[in-house]
Design a protein around this ligand. Structure first.
Ligand SMILES: [Mg+2]
Length: 317
């Protein structure tokens, strides 16, 4: 199949509802218009076989996750998703694989206003690169560098399930089939917290998404803000399976340090906490206060007031 027919058959259907697109797939460049009063937010992520996913991954889950992790970065700035470009490197031409990969992305395109507007396919070791483009009102964005001493630290959703699933798949932790099915969906199908991210523009002081683990990512936020962070381990929001693991091992390493949760971690000034809770109360995902910003540097983990040994965030290299 020629590259042209691959594009027509598999990639054009990923255009979704084109918004603000003057020229889409099919020319040398895509051309988009950013309405006046808005700015463009851009982010790129690459997933490589053997590093970010198992060689036997279901291509549908891979397509979903490749786009979801990029959308999570837009969520972390409070941006609205609009467009993406896609580069797929495939070891061999495999239409069934492509069909399934694209249908995983389609699951997100149906839910969010995002359109494929261009890309590239090449032959080589399997890897996926996506660049997402989002829009934000001028000056309305949440950075990592603006947390202040005294701010409360919150996270969305539940922490550590993706890491629990990864450890179970690598046979490091034993889980019942029911438990594995539940936590595995968090590993394979993270939900980008886009509407939550936008709602937090009004009350949060800084934000990051949790790709590499709470300690690691909160550490980036603290460093960028020139402050330190304290995490209260007893307050971490855990699924019943994660809670059972923590209860039986006494070990908080997974919820503190495992990657791939794709929840939001954000800071809120004490005077805005009530507004924040009120703004997000109708969201499908809950938020939980898990710590506070203090003077100094680094991240300290406390369990009932006592400092506990820290795990480390996931390092890609
Ligand atoms: Mg990120």
């Amino acid at each position: 199949m020629s590259e042209f027919s691959l594009i027509e058959k598999y990639f054009k259907p990923l255009q979704g509802k084109l918004q603000y697109v003057d020229v889409g797939i099919g020319d040398d460049c895509a051309v988009v218009s950013v309405p006046s009063g808005f700015e463009l937010a851009m982010s790129m992520d690459t997933l490589v076989e053997g590093i970010h996913f198992f060689p036997d991954v279901n291509p549908e889950d891979l397509g979903y996750k490749a786009l979801a992790v990029n959308l999570s970065d837009l969520a972390a700035m409070g941006a609205m998703p609009k467009w993406f470009t896609l580069s797929v490197t495939l070891p061999e031409e495999n239409e069934a694989w492509l069909q399934s990969f694209c249908s995983g992305m389609q699951d997100l395109i149906k839910q969010y206003p995002i359109s494929l507007i261009g890309g590239d396919t090449t032959r080589g070791p399997l890897s996926i690169t996506i660049q997402v483009h989002g829009m934000m009102r001028e000056g309305q964005r949440l950075l990592r560098s603006t947390a202040k001493v005294g701010d409360k630290i919150f996270v969305s959703g539940l922490l550590g399930d993706a890491g629990l699933a990864l450890n179970a798949k690598m046979q490091k932790i034993a889980l019942s089939p029911e438990a594995l099915a539940s936590v595995e969906s968090r590993l394979l199908r993270p939900e980008p917290r886009l509407s939550l991210g936008r709602l937090l523009l009004a009350s949060a002081s800084s934000m990051i998404d949790l790709s590499d683990g709470l300690i690691g990512d909160l550490g980036h936020l603290a460093k960028a803000s020139g402050v330190a962070a304290e995490i209260f381990c007893e307050k971490l929001p855990l699924s019943k399976y994660m809670q059972a693991h923590v209860d039986s091992t006494g070990d908080f390493t997974l919820p503190l340090s495992a990657g791939d949760d794709y929840e939001l971690c954000f800071t809120v000034p004490p005077t805005s906490v009530q507004t924040c809770r009120c703004d997000v109360k109708d969201q499908a995902v809950a938020i939980t206060e898990v710590g506070r910003i203090v003077a100094g540097s680094g991240v300290t983990c406390l369990l009932n007031g006592e400092e506990v040994e820290q795990g480390r965030g996931y390092q890609h290299f």
